[in-house]
Design a protein around this ligand. Sequence first.
Ligand code: TRH
Length: 358
Amino acid sequence: MRWDLFCRVIDNYGDVGVCWRLAADLASRGEAVRLWLDDASALAWMAPRGAFGVDVRRWSDCEAQGLPGDVVVEAFGCDPPASFVARMAGRASAPVWINLEYLSAEAYVERSHGLMSPQMAGPGRGLAKWFFYPGFSVATGGLIREAGLPAAQSAFDRRAWLAARGITLAPGERVLTLFCYPGAPVPWLLQAVAAPGAPPVLLLPTPGAATEAATLCTLPPGVRIQPLPWLDQGDFDRLLWSGDINLVRGEDSFVRAMWAARPFLWHIYPQHDGAHHAKLAAFLDLFGAGGLPGLADAWRVWNGLQSGPLTLPDPGAWQAACQRWKARLLVQQDLTSRLLDFVHEHRAATSGPATTRA
Ligand code: TRH
């Protein structure tokens, strides 16, 4: 099928990150994908080589460029251009219109996933828009997990990959990868890992807020930093596979840390109305943080919801909890497979008997 995936960059990189990953995964399964972006600049470092089957288009070119595809996905409620929506309504067989929502562990996700919103007015009048919620259970849209991930992980050689980037570990040195928003209590993190007698630590901060925070810190004894350049998505994954503790943020790196199954802290995207507090609590509940002493406190201190200092859970128990969490997710179908099934199911209903395959 032909897909039109619309992505409007709000801020940061997750909008593009998620949409790129979905577009590349769909294309790897033989789907033809046009990815409409209002700001494609991050792809220069995130996906410098592009992906076969993904055609990146400028949002502003949407007016003139052809018929809507069989499936239209608007990411995070970004509202495709009205003229495009009008053309969707004008198609002989209406495209399946999907609104891909943000990831959350909150209960409303299972209630809302898969619901249809009939368009009663506007350029899309008469069309149906379907809500597709990523999530952590079979009653949601699931998580993006490309087919090649397990093989790539088992073939990975951490020491070689780090060495190829000029990073050589001292004996017993632990790797902390840091990708966070401004305001993360990095000094508390360094105090927590540099406790007397603890093994040395190499902190690898990503560009931007993480490197700024790390280079402003007075490094405790036994801690050194080596700021990173922007990595493409494949290498960002390999960075997470190299970490003994991964500090991730937002949505996409958060999921990738779960597939890395290394101990991780999540710096949640702060929302002005404080909605992120419930989002954090819901995930901690689902993850079973209660079974790992100190984890919930560490996540709340890291997110500024509890005063410090920061103390980290027992590394062995933390690693085991992350492995259990990954195993629980691996038995579930991935998001792209669920999305394809969802579209095929609703495409037949939407377009009636004459379904035209691209
Ligand atoms: O950049 P983010 O904070 O994006 C956020 C979230 O998506 C949030 O949900 C959304 O509301 C907000 O944007 C608007 O974090 P996230 O989601 O992890 O996206 C970062 C992307 O960048 C992810 O795909 C990983 C990728 N990345 C690289 O490919 N290379 C790198 O070097 C780094 C640091 C990130």
